[in-house]
Design a protein around this ligand. Structure first.
Ligand code: PGA
Length: 257
């Protein structure tokens, strides 16, 4: 973390877990155990149907709400889809874009990620853009090249002014939901490389100000060590964000003075 230059953001990704009726009990429990998160911003990204309840329940514990996806078009004949300004209208602030599960199961590509990033920024949402390599790609030694391409494509034609709103989440696919975390050094190295890509595209001042998260089996035990890396400015947390005590412990790890 480097709080002098950028925000630390701890974001939960509930994926396809938690019903609308689960939201308030979770928020009530979190409220009771989390110390005032003075130094970090907390976000819960929830399924679409949970969002109205989440905006309401998290309002008084200073937790922002995010969606897990959006459609790249502003409106129109796209049955079953959700547009950026519908989310904004609800009071949603963030949106996860290009999570590896969406790339793997729903055919999202770097190009569609770029379109969604533009749609989100246009509407005033803050995108949390996920990038990450598979185990095979890591073993081939192409991690940095691959992530460079993912970041460059995701940010194509995004202005310097708007890119400040983008959060990048480095999530090695082999670490997601597997209990296998990247070492702090491995994660720190890739996050540092991501910042270098942004520096090349937008210059040092903007690169310094961008929040880069790590995700992939981050939990209450390994959070402090990962967050101690200078280029890891937070986490995107799946499994551990479903349990208030575990999520609170990660927020507290990010909230040390
Ligand atoms: P995990 O998920 O923490 O359960 O590994 C992270 C993510 O997919 O964002």
């Amino acid at each position: 973390m480097n709080r002098k230059y950028r925000k630390t953001i701890i974001a939960g990704n509930w994926k396809m877990n938690m019903k609308p009726s689960d939201v308030k009990p979770f928020a009530d429990e979190l409220k009771n155990i989390v110390s005032r998160a003075k130094w970090c911003e907390t976000v819960i990204c929830a399924p679409f149907v949970d969002l109205p309840a989440a905006v309401k329940a998290f309002k008084d514990c200073r937790v922002s709400v995010g969606a897990e996806n959006l459609n790249e078009n502003p409106k129109g004949a796209y049955t079953g889809e959700i547009a950026a300004d519908m989310l904004v209208d609800l009071g949603v602030k963030y949106v996860i874009i290009g999570h590896s599960e969406r790339r793997q199961y729903y055919g999202e590509t770097d190009i569609s990620v770029n379109k969604k990033v533009h749609a989100a920024l246009e509407a005033g949402l803050q995108p949390i853009v996920c990038v990450g390599e598979s185990l095979e790609q890591r073993e081939l030694g192409i991690t940095i090249e691959l992530i460079t391409l993912q970041v460059k494509t995701a940010l194509a034609n995004v202005s310097a002014d708007k890119v400040r709103k983008v959060v990048i989440a480095y999530e090695p696919i082999w670490a997601i939901g597997t209990g296998k975390t990247a070492t702090a050094e491995q994660a720190g190295e890739v996050c540092c490389a991501i910042r270098a890509v942004i520096r090349n595209l937008y210059g040092a001042r903007i690169a310094r100000a961008i929040t880069i998260q790590y995700g992939g089996s981050m939990n209450e035990k390994n959070a402090a060590e990962l967050l101690a890396q200078p280029d890891i400015d937070g986490g995107l947390i799946g499994g551990a964000s479903l349990v208030p005590e575990k999520f609170a412990a990660i927020i507290n790890a990010a909230n040390q003075e």
